[in-house]
Design a protein around this ligand. Structure first.
Ligand code: PRP
Length: 181
């Protein structure tokens, strides 16, 4: 059984992802000219985005990582977040760019941005590859958005279902039969 067989259809292929990441990197290069921002990747989903975005950016950037988890079970974020792995770096007086794979309810990022802002950075902005419709309704200012996507179960390029499919090179829509049972 290959992973591809669980995919209903490809939403964004490798070329589409690469092209959009190049555009985002060009915007970041322009906006942070003469600065050395720190990219904060949110584990685990953002690993692919950070890896490709960082290589497309020509500025001198630092990379750091956080792992967070919503309290409670279920598939929906509760908005209450705990830190599983904190940053290694001190972000005081730094320009911080949080990098995410997807914003769904927006609750994770809303919490994370408030948390990072309390540490005295020069700025905190957000870059996400994907944004779902619900996130658009939440009052959260996202400076860089790769794609606004429909409200479907997406996997691949870092995104998982029960830890599977993260290593698919494209973003696909999962067949409902895979998560229905
Ligand atoms: C995903 C994603 C975001 C969050 C978005 O992470 O990477 O961090 O959910 O959801 P929200 O906007 O509704 O808060 P997840 O908790 O699945 O962990 P993972 O990155 O390790 O897969």
């Amino acid at each position: 059984m290959t992973m591809d067989e669980d995919v209903e259809r490809i939403l964004l292929d490798e070329q589409a992802i690469r092209d959009r990441i190049s555009e985002l990197a060009a915007e970041i290069d322009r906006d942070y000219k003469d600065e050395a921002p720190i990219l904060v990747g949110v584990l685990k989903g953002a690993v692919m985005v950070v890896a490709d975005l960082a290589r497309a950016i020509t500025l001198d950037v630092d990379m750091d990582w956080m792992a967070v988890s919503s309290y409670g079970s279920g598939t929906k974020s509760s908005g209450v977040v705990r830190i599983l792995k904190d940053l290694s770096a001190d972000i005081t007086d730094r320009h911080v760019l949080i990098v995410e794979d997807i914003i769904d309810s927006g609750l994770t990022l809303s919490w994370l941005r408030t948390n990072l802002r309390s540490r005295g950075p020069k700025s905190v902005e957000i870059c996400t590859l994907l944004r779902k419709p619900e996130a658009v309704k939440v009052d959260i200012d996202v400076k860089y958005v790769g794609f606004d996507i429909p409200n479907e179960f997406v996997i691949g390029y870092g995104l998982d279902h029960a830890e599977k499919y993260r290593n698919l090179p494209y973003i696909g829509i999962l067949k409902p039969s895979v998560y229905a049972d």
